[in-house]
Ligand binder design. Sequence first.
Ligand code: SF4
Length: 365
Amino acid sequence: MNTSLYDLTLAELDAMMRAWNQPAFRARQVYRHIYSNYTDTPTAMTDLPLALRERLAAETSMGSLRLTRVQTADDGQTRKALFALPDGAVVETVLMIYPDRSTVCVSTQAGCAMGCVFCATAKLGLLRNLSSGEIVEQVLWASRELRKRPGAAGARLSNIVFMGMGEPFANYERWWSAVERLHDPQGFNLGARGMTVSTVGLAQGIRRLAAESLPINLAISLHAPDDALRSAMMPVNKRYPLAELMDATRFYMMETNRRVSFEYVLMQGQNDSPQQALALAQLLRGFGHGKNAGLPLNLCHVNLIPWNPVPGTPLGRSERQRVLAFQQVLHEQAIPCTVRVERGVEIAAACGQLAGSSTITLNPA
Ligand code: SF4
């Protein structure tokens, strides 16, 4: 298969252009087409010599995602794309447009191996890791969509959240390579604070992120306040139980002094009682010293997410009164906390619903 231009760093593109006896400025010219103009074919790079455009078209590709469907909701302000990959796998990407910002939720794997019981993607199992180019390509699709709107010619995405299909830390190298390209001032040029990664709680990934130079935001899918319930909901908890996860989170906070969001999907009668809210507050406050020490509460933020129905599961969405009661307990315990406003529920583009079908398809992890 031809090299995808979306897989290349500027240095790699530069090496290719030099090997093709092109002048030194050529790589930047092509890079600008990809990441500033969102050009999706070499033939549209009309300021390049014809022979070079032809060679690029013959010897490289511009991505491997084939757009098979776009569904819209919220008056067209939420747009979910289904992409087919050459090997038959599918991935989904969701663009959400707000009055003051626009966010794309990006997948990092086709399917997912983590098996969370409330998640539509889990039902697919892991099909494969996406390449860095396939991750970047989803962002460029959203950028083009944004610019297509009337009067939005210069519009730019303001946020990228890695919360789509898959567990980003299970595909760490490729995912981070995409992050670097999307941040690169000569590339897509999005500030690190405009990016958020959500993890199911892979402790080694959290520790690794603490050492990275780009201060992107971290969200951790918690969803339960104790090991028994969390292991039943999220099998990964057997490998990284809560003490281990809290220890890695404390390490991350101490190393970076950055805030962490804890995602908590509320499911009726499962994890949404006032007692469980109190247990969650106690988990964050800690039980003692060492691995059981508390987290700095000024760096904690709990995001409560009323669960979205996934066909084929017996789980139900928490009633509003239970959501508010849960939030009230956290407030009383001085835990910063908000209830997330959902987007795209009717096109299955909300948390836990991405699964590559027309009926179910943003995951919290
Ligand atoms: S919630 Fe996230 S980590 Fe869990 S199965 Fe779904 S995609 Fe994977």
